[in-house]
Design a protein around this ligand. Sequence first.
Ligand SMILES: Cc1cc2nc3c(=O)[nH]c(=O)nc-3n(C[C@H](O)[C@H](O)[C@H](O)COP(=O)(O)OP(=O)(O)OC[C@H]3O[C@@H](n4cnc5c(N)ncnc54)[C@H](O)[C@@H]3O)c2cc1C
Length: 398
Amino acid sequence: MVQLKPPDTSRSAIEKFVQTHLSHLTDTPIAGSPSIRGGQIAANACIASVDLSGYAAKRNEVLPLSARGATRLSPYIRHGVLQLREVWERADGSPAKDKKKFQDELLWQEYARHWYAALGQKTKVPTKKKYLNKEGSTEWDTALPCVKVAVKELETHGWLVNQARMWLASHWSVRNHQDWRKGEDYFFRHLIDGSRAANRLGWQWTTGIGSSKPYGFSRWQVEKRAPGLCDQCPLQKMCPIQDWPTEPMSEAISAPIGIDNYGPLTAVEVGKPTTVWLTAESLGDKDPALFNNPDLPAVFVFDEPLLKRLRITSKRFVFILETLAEISETRPLTLYLGRPEAELAGIPLTVTHAPVPGFQKYKKKLNIVQTWPWPWLCEPNGAPIHSFSSWVKKARLP
Ligand SMILES: Cc1cc2nc3c(=O)[nH]c(=O)nc-3n(C[C@H](O)[C@H](O)[C@H](O)COP(=O)(O)OP(=O)(O)OC[C@H]3O[C@@H](n4cnc5c(N)ncnc54)[C@H](O)[C@@H]3O)c2cc1C
């Protein structure tokens, strides 16, 4: 059992903590994102600064940075530091077109969570069709500035605008015929907001294996969304992405059968908890288990065997620790490095249900005496999850 004392909230203390205790779990040099800070204070500042005027027109802009309309809320949303409902309400008072577009994007996030709750590990395989030819280059074409700037931003900052995610995913799979799962894993390692739900959905949607047709990445999108970038390109006169890629050969597959990992819709209590178990899905001060048990100490386990396999970059560790360090200033918090089922054995726990397969696995092995429902934006109601448009028609919208 390795029990760790939370570091103080400074970036330098946290990077030192990661270097000392977690460096065997990551391959990149230890450094937080230069532009994204973890914690409730940073999350509250980020949401307070959101100005959605012009969002609909600007959310897809890539460069220059000043033209971007994306909010960068995703790392906080991903780790439950902000909940979708409060972000949804933040759009009130914005111009109607921008409000609609923004809330539609939040519904995509919510849909990804429902899709993943219903399919779990079945989302590892394509959900609509599979490509038949998988031979292709295994490198990014970094001679192209459009690819290079996106890869560099992802690897340095741990974040990308949606448009650049689509460029890379399409370039990787549709044009270069590389295995989409390897690309998805690469994103997952680097993105601070990386979630199997939204990332796998994004890859399946962009590459066409989970949608009706692939998104084709070509020069005109770069000229439109990052004007001037092609002027710097050594290949501008023989652009390899001048035209749309041809869609790889594919065959239809049958839709996977759903499972149910939506969790309870009201709190379930079978005993008296002594400790709040925090998971990486739910690290905000409004996390239901934390919020409803203000006097209990909390615990977080870095799942060593899982993290050894995933190889996420230190940017995500720093983000999570910045959030945990702040929590430790408000109540006793113990950190462990090991296996959750061993570190938490026997402790009467309270936790917020997380609609991801890992939670299901541990739930059975732990002494959870109080479970809080996941804070859904759209309470599960059996709406079909095979496509966003079918789901949104039937979902219980806020
Ligand atoms: C290949 C690919 C991989 C992706 N991987 C992830 C991922 O791992 N984690 C993740 O949170 N999002 C992922 N997305 C979705 C989307 O790109 C990001 O949520 C968005 O870019 C985050 O930036 P933002 O907060 O500024 O978004 P904004 O445009 O400001 O939108 C606000 C919020 O809406 C949600 N949202 C916006 N667009 C989408 C979308 N297309 N799908 C789902 N939710 C959306 C996010 O929660 C986002 O924070 C992926 C998209 C693609 C195409």
